[in-house]
Design a protein around this ligand. Structure first.
Ligand SMILES: [Zn+2]
Length: 323
């Protein structure tokens, strides 16, 4: 089958109304009247072996976001390029590790900045396994500011887990289980940004991917198998990647093929569009959950913050800093 949505060819430096940073003040003023949802792609910079790019996890989410924005008219933020990594990824050359505290604070500040400009409905998307940090940023923003907002974090592999599973474990498309930079991830990359992949240089890990314990305890990639212990919820139950998988991949990217990703991608984009539409149906542009239902803060202050400094109110930072 062929994806019913048009693949994105990349909009990061284009004047096509997709990215916030590529828009003018006039553009944003007009956009907010029609659509005040912003998608924030959260990625990472990380070694993915000889045939895949360091920015793979970032390009996966920017290309997905671009398709959704083109279909719906929402806005996309330029991505967060550097991310948090579990301890077993430390030391891999090319993997740039941002400490958790720094990362959470940085994301929280981005959320606050977009709130202050008027994008108060935000969808953060990620597939790099940062589920142990991104929700912290959302929760901290909510607790520090206590202002109306709609913030949702989507870990894309979770949405399409059945499409990512390998055949032996109930899936339909893949021969090997989902892991970092493997058959699955490389297939999604080939589908979404074929021009950045070098299939001829892809190589498989020499060592068979395995932790120290029998299968069924720690989940595999993307936490899609729902094993009791998510990958980020353990330390020392498997080896360091730089020592065990110096190829920078865990599994078999040589088996990757774009066609294996198409059904899952279509389902994922359908879902992201549904989430976008449900948010905008319930809370049309400019509307948010009623303050009396979501905050105990002083109503007059909240009203001023909601108006913002350009419309007779005041900024979020006059009320709380640092955010
Ligand atoms: Zn990756």
């Amino acid at each position: 089958m062929i994806l019913k949505y048009k693949y994105s060819e990349g909009s990061m430096d284009k004047a096509d109304g997709i990215y916030f940073q590529n828009m003018t003040g006039h553009d944003v003023e007009e956009r907010l009247k029609k659509n005040d949802i912003i998608i924030i792609p959260v990625g990472s910079t990380e070694y993915h072996g000889k045939g895949q790019v360091y920015g793979e996890d970032t390009f996966l989410v920017t290309r997905m976001a671009e398709i959704v924005a083109r279909e719906t008219g929402c806005t996309v933020s330029q991505p967060v390029w550097f991310g948090s990594h579990p301890a077993n990824q430390l030391g891999m050359p090319g993997t740039i590790v941002i400490p958790e505290e720094t990362f959470v604070a940085y994301l929280r500040a981005i959320i606050a900045g977009y709130w202050n400009v008027g994008f108060r409905k935000q969808i953060l998307i990620n597939g790099h396994g940062q589920e142990y940090v991104i929700p912290n940023a959302i929760q901290q923003f909510g607790k520090i500011c206590q202002v109306p907002a709609v913030l949702a974090f989507v870990n894309w592999p979770t949405v399409i887990a059945p499409f990512l599973k390998d055949k032996k474990r109930g899936g339909k498309y893949f021969d090997t289980p989902f892991r970092h930079a493997d058959e699955v991830e490389a297939s999604y990359s080939l589908a979404l940004f074929p021009e950045l992949n070098k299939k001829e240089y892809m190589e498989d890990s020499k060592k068979e991917p395995k932790g120290f314990f029998p299968e069924g305890h720690v989940d595999l990639g993307g936490d899609i198998y729902q094993y009791p212990i998510p990958g980020h919820a353990q330390y020392g139950m498997g080896g360091l990647e730089v020592i065990n998988y110096p190829e920078g991949v865990i599994g078999k990217p040589t088996l990757a093929d774009a066609s294996k990703a198409e059904d899952g991608l279509e389902y994922l984009i359908d879902y992201l569009i549904r989430l976008h539409n449900d948010i905008l149906d319930r809370f049309p542009p400019g509307k948010l959950p009623e303050p009396e239902l979501v905050t105990e803060q002083d109503r007059k202050t909240i009203e001023e913050l909601l108006k913002g400094p350009f419309n007779g109110g005041r900024s979020l930072y006059s009320y709380r800093y640092p955010i």
